[in-house]
Design a protein around this ligand. Structure first.
Ligand code: FAD
Length: 621
């Protein structure tokens, strides 16, 4: 049958990409349908119940700034919060939260159910309706046809999914869920480039069988970090400790002795696994000289005894998994509640996508999440938001939107994927961004909320909170710039002590804040009232301390923009341009772009490479 209502956007898949896609499309005003296998698994965390971490929290905060769900759900579900790299510079600082997986799912489901313009429907999708290279709808398992202007595919690890435990394998989308094989076949018949990737998860352990006295406790941070710009500490549920355990020589012996029973090492698995989140057998094999690896023992929630041993993802047979776990100090009597496994799945070459995440071959069809070769909830959520928004905009006849590389990690993510593709599961790192100091997790709201508001993604509550914060920052910056203190001003001696020398002349508070020895708390109350608002004070301090570097990065961006039209000589020998990688030299030599702007838009030619070209041109003159 054909469903009587027509939609503007259909999203397939209720994982992290799908839920953000559906919310963004609906928030921006499009009549949206979210179709998924099972409403109970909306927002399910397939692997570790943790959100954020290095490079990833930047994406979570960008999703948040654009009105998305992930950060707010994390504040409602987080049972341990930490700021990683807290002693390093603000560019690489990253918030990470261990979440209660049941609370996280409930928070996401609540947001979906309460979202205006959004309809949920539980059923697998088996087919796409394609008419003249344009998608016009989908067909479910039971033959219901839903028609729409646009379709966003967010099917995760489910396409052609095969689950491996040792040398046994069976079809599955993730443990306990069926694969999406009919849809996988349909997609393979379309002209997309398709390949296989794999990922894995560790066995889960019953906390009642663990001797915590032999593990090292790892508490969360105080004061408690918050993930969403609208969040507060009071929203967090009860906080708990994680623990640290270690593998040892015995663990590694067991793994080595059983490598022939690993589907990865016996050649049963063809897909490439995540380099930065390797299985324990991979780690032991690759770093054979290391006698121990850390294992973070993380709770899965407040109302469960299940633990997630982060660091021993594995596809070894169950009997070996049990030996591996029990060889670890503190886990000698551990009971495994669920075996670890690896999963292989289809992904589509993201070079077949546009910046909007629309596919190049089928109009009005968008791909987001693991289907594009990424790994991680955050990467999936960010793509989902962008694809859902652009699908809605297409349905309304509006132009696509995406942030540039110098505006957001989301811009870096999409640009990397569509220009370079990926040979292994792609995850975000701060090192992937050229303008790290501009793209911090603390300023994602300042970078993106205004665009989000214009795009219809940011509601009044968020806009109000953001506008107040921005105004306060501006007002405080102005106060610091115009408040002067003299050598005799009360409190100046305290400053002199910190500076190791007396104040030689009159300074304004902003100049003092730029001094490395002084913080906001030292200078702000010297004269007048400091702001009683942590994020505002933090922003004022970071902008002051890094003003020089930030200005330099901004200049570089402006410089590259100005040189868009600079011509590249026809006979330029790229082999002689020092500092370019071999791959980029080849690309430029074969494409022979006419201008620097054209060079920068070639797949894989980074802004850093364009800078090198610019310097080369200047030297030639
Ligand atoms: P998913 O979260 O997989 O969601 C897909 C959704 O689509 C599901 O709701 C599914 O039911 C639905 N669906 C699929 N096909 C259909 C269909 N035909 N019709 C209707 N609905 C459909 N990430 C890491 O960063 N580190 C890790 O160590 C890690 N390990 C992992 C281990 C395992 C075993 C798995 C399965 C995943 C792992 N991940 C890991 C990846 C992480 O779970 C994903 O990156 C993330 O969940 C991707 O989000 P997504 O929305 O693209 O897909």
């Amino acid at each position: 049958m054909e469903y009587p209502d027509r939609f503007q956007v259909i999203v397939i898949g209720g994982g992290h990409a799908g839920t953000e896609a559906a919310l963004a499309a609906a928030r921006s005003g499009a009549r949206t349908l979210l179709l998924t296998h099972n409403i109970e698994t909306l927002g399910q965390m397939s692997c570790n119940p943790a959100i954020g971490g290095i490079g990833k929290s930047h994406l979570v905060k960008e999703i948040d700034a654009l009105g998305g769900a992930m950060a707010e759900a994390t504040d409602l579900a987080g049972i341990q919060f930490r700021v990683l790299n807290s002693r390093k510079g603000p560019a690489v600082r990253a918030t990470r939260a261990q979440a209660d997986r049941v609370r996280y799912k409930a928070a996401i489901r609540g947001m979906l159910e309460n979202q205006a313009n959004l309809t949920l429907f539980q059923q697998g999708v088996d087919d796409l309706i394609v008419d003249n290279d344009t998608v016009t709808g989908v067909v479910t398992q039971t033959g219901i046809r839903f028609m729409a202007d646009t379709v966003v595919l967010c099917t995760g690890t489910f396409l052609g999914g095969i689950i491996h435990v040792g040398l046994d394998h069976h079809a599955g989308g993730r443990a306990g869920d069926p694969p999406a094989n009919a849809l996988a076949q349909r997609l393979r018949a379309l002209p997309f480039r398709v390949d296989r990737l794999k990922t894995g998860t560790p066995p889960r352990i019953d906390a009642k069988s663990v001797d915590f006295s032999r593990l090292e406790p790892q508490p969360g941070d105080t004061p408690l970090p918050v993930m969403s710009y609208l969040g507060s500490r009071d929203q967090h549920p009860r906080q708990v400790e994680c623990h640290i355990a270690h593998t040892n020589e015995r663990t590694h012996e067991i793994i080595f002795a059983n490598l022939d029973r690993s589907p990865m090492y016996s050649g049963v698995i063809e897909g490439v696994g995540p380099r930065y989140c390797p299985s324990i057998e991979d780690k032991v094999h690759r770093f054979a000289d290391k006698t121990s690896h850390q294992v973070f023992i993380e709770p899965e929630g407040l109302e469960t005894h299940e633990l997630y041993p982060n660091g021993i993802s594995t596809s070894l047979p169950f009997d070996v998994q049990l030996q591996v776990v029990r060889s670890i100090v503190g886990l000698e009597n551990a009971h495994i509640t669920r075996p670890g496994y690896a999963i292989e799945y289809d992904f589509f070459d993201p070079r077949d996508l546009r910046h909007s995440l629309e596919t190049k071959f089928i109009h009005n069809l968008y791909f987001a999440g693991q289907i594009n070769g990424t790994t991680g909830y955050e990467e999936a959520g960010a793509q989902g938001l962008l694809a859902g928004l652009n699908a809605a905009r297409r349905a309304r006849g509006e132009d696509a939107w995406w942030p540039r590389r110098d505006e957001a990690y989301l811009g870096v993510l999409v640009d990397d994927l569509i220009s370079m593709g990926t040979q292994e599961p792609y995850r975000m790192f701060t090192s992937r961004a050229e303008y790290r100091l501009l793209l911090r997790e603390d300023n994602a709201d300042l970078r993106l909320t205004e665009a989000g508001r214009r795009l219809g993604l940011v509601d009044d509550r968020r806009w109000q909170a953001f506008s107040t914060k921005r105004e306060r920052i501006e007002r405080e910056n102005e106060r610091l710039r115009t408040t002067w203190i003299q050598p005799g001003t009360p409190g100046a001696e305290r400053l002199a002590e910190k500076l190791g020398q007396p104040l030689a002349r009159e300074y304004n508070l902003m100049d003092l804040l730029k001094r490395p020895e002084l913080g906001y708390a030292d200078v702000a109350s010297l004269k007048g009232e400091p702001v009683d608002d942590e994020p505002v004070a933090e922003q004022v301090q970071i902008e002051a301390k890094y003003a020089g570097y930030i200005a330099r990065q901004q200049d570089e961006i402006e410089r590259l923009k100005r040189h868009e039209a600079t011509p590249l000589p026809e006979g330029l020998d790229y082999a002689k341009v020092e500092g370019l990688s071999h791959e980029i030299r080849q690309k430029l030599a074969s494409a022979r772009p006419a201008t620097l702007g054209q060079a920068g838009r070639l797949s894989g030619v980074t802004p850093a490479a364009v800078s090198i070209l610019l310097i080369h041109l200047k030297k030639r003159r």
